[in-house]
Design a protein around this ligand. Structure first.
Ligand code: 5AD
Ligand code: SF4
Length: 473
């Protein structure tokens, strides 16, 4: 999953929504770190807080409640949170001095899950620590915090944590834009030896298919054209089917493809071990399943893959990619890579370079290995020197950047469908997404936002393609 720090997207609310006026008008500022799951969770938290009269603000100093939705995937995550808290404390103090009222501060996400009580101990300014397993309880927890109790909630729930969400949502109508995430699965049972996710997000849990179908129908009815199914290990999805059976991700995709008004489906992020035959068939048979797959391999050397507990070899992965490409010849691949895993020799690293050359990626994320406390690899005595990690990362990123450029260049002169999402930088310009997740800029009128148009790609910018609209609905 791409771990790119970003602020939570702004959330437009329907100003005419009458039931909002019944609440005390309070503001919440949410800052989101890390993966798309966190972006989704931030929205989910804002939805449930709307039931308590909180609306989002983008200015921290206006906020009655500040939530940091944190990420624990790489080094010094907790330290970064503590230093951010130092800055927030100053804003809180200034706000109090200006007579704007008290500001409550909450820590959510994977650092909250991992650190728990320790945050309360180290950071007196924090009122509330809530792990990803407990967001459905947020309004109640906040009540406690507002009454002066410092709250820590990081237990894994016994109740169905998904079941509560749609109810909280009923209160809110939010314009979600034309592309939306939908969580179908959380947690991971794979236990890759470098990764904290199985500890912070817990065991794999899949939502029942009927809930997902219902939510996707609501999104489609609200004008969403593209849905990305989210999960830490989404292709391990195994949920209850509407008739009480068991569905994998493939079956779910076939069913979602029937929903009127949904034109594009995607899913992220996946594990190579969980690409089953029905999912493969979905890639072969469903035009609306976009030809883009994020399927991390992490490394090329069989020895390193084994030490990472990835449960497959170089050859297994390459054969899998061959099968996927036979099912869907225009599919583009994206991946995650780790360099400098404990014990990785020069020869091992060359295997990573070799698999990248053999597979070719349209885009990728690559990282230096960083020991995460509590994971098996962190205890290994064969840690790799920083300078070697840097050099390997540089070489790998150079190769991946070249492949990305080649992939983008291969689309120049072709025609493609583009889902127009928002206004571009220049007046009269809109930005949309290609089937392969490339940003595409075209001259088009604003009322075409939300439409899928045909574009001829004219040339390549540094971060996007430029094209001319040749057909529209
Ligand atoms: N060190 C470096 N990269 C990591 N990732 C996960 N854990 C670590 C770690 N300890 C990377 C993996 C994963 C992505 C989300 O983050 O490549 O696929
Ligand atoms: Fe982490 Fe591996 Fe699970 Fe991905 S599959 S979330 S890398 S343990």
């Amino acid at each position: 999953m791409p771990y790119v720090p970003k602020n939570a997207p702004s959330n437009e609310r329907d100003p005419d929504k009458a039931d909002m006026t019944a609440f005390e008008d309070k503001k919440v500022f949410v800052k989101t770190y890390g993966c798309q799951m966190n972006v989704y969770d931030s929205n989910r938290m804002m939805d449930s807080l709307a039931t308590k009269g909180y609306s989002p603000t983008e200015a921290m100093e206006d906020a009655d409640l500040v939530i940091l939705n944190t990420c624990h995937i790489r080094e010094k995550a907790a330290e970064k949170v503590y230093s951010e808290l130092g800055r927030i404390r100053q804003v809180k103090e200034k706000r109090a001095k200006d007579g704007k009222g008290e500001m409550k501060i909450g820590i959510a996400g994977c650092v909250a899950q991992a650190e728990g009580q320790e945050i309360i101990r180290r950071a007196p300014v924090v009122d509330l620590v809530v792990g990803p397993q407990a967001y459905h309880k947020l309004p109640d927890l906040l009540d406690k915090a507002n009454h002066g109790t410092r709250v820590v909630e990081t237990d894994f729930p016994l109740e169905d944590k998904f079941a509560v969400l749609p109810d909280a949502r009923k209160e809110v109508t939010r314009k979600r834009g034309v592309s939306s995430f939908l969580t179908v699965q959380e947690g991971c049972d794979k236990f890759c030896s470098f990764c904290v996710v199985p500890y912070t997000r817990g065991a794999e849990v899949s939502r029942p298919a009927s809930q997902i179908i219902h939510e996707a129908e609501k999104l489609a009815a609200a004008g969403v054209r593209e849905v990305t199914l989210l999960g830490q290990n989404v292709n391990a999805y195994h949920g209850e089917s509407p008739d009480g059976g068991d569905w994998g991700l493939g079956e779910l995709l076939f069913r979602l493809a029937e929903i009127d008004g949904l034109d594009r489906l995607r899913y992220t992020t996946s594990h190579p071990r969980d690409m089953d035959d029905t999912l493969m068939a979905a890639h072969r048979d469903l035009d609306i399943l976009m030809p883009y797959l994020h399927l991390p391999v992490q490394a090329g050397s069989d020895k390193v893959l084994k030490a990472m507990n990835r449960q497959h070899t170089y050859d297994d992965y390459v054969r899998l990619i061959d099968r996927i490409r036979s099912a869907r010849p225009d599919i583009a691949l994206s991946g995650d890579f780790i360099v400098g895993f404990p014990g990785e020799t020069d020869e091992d690293f060359e295997e990573t370079m070799r698999i990248v050359r053999e597979v070719t990626y349209a885009s990728a994320y690559s990282f230096k290995y960083s020991p995460r406390p509590g994971t098996p690899a962190a205890d290994s005595e064969d840690q790799i020197e920083e300078a070697i990690k840097s050099e390997r990362l540089y070489r790998l990123q150079d190769l991946l950047a070249q492949q990305q450029k080649d992939f983008n260049a291969s689309k120049v002169g072709t025609e493609m469908t583009v889902l127009l999402e928002r206004k571009g930088r220049e007046p009269g310009q809109l930005v949309g997404k290609s089937p392969w997740l490339q940003a595409v800029q075209v001259d088009a009128a604003e009322e075409l936002i939300g439409e899928i148009v045909t574009v001829k790609v004219d040339n390549l910018g540094s971060n996007s393609l430029f094209g001319t609209m040749i057909d529209r609905p």
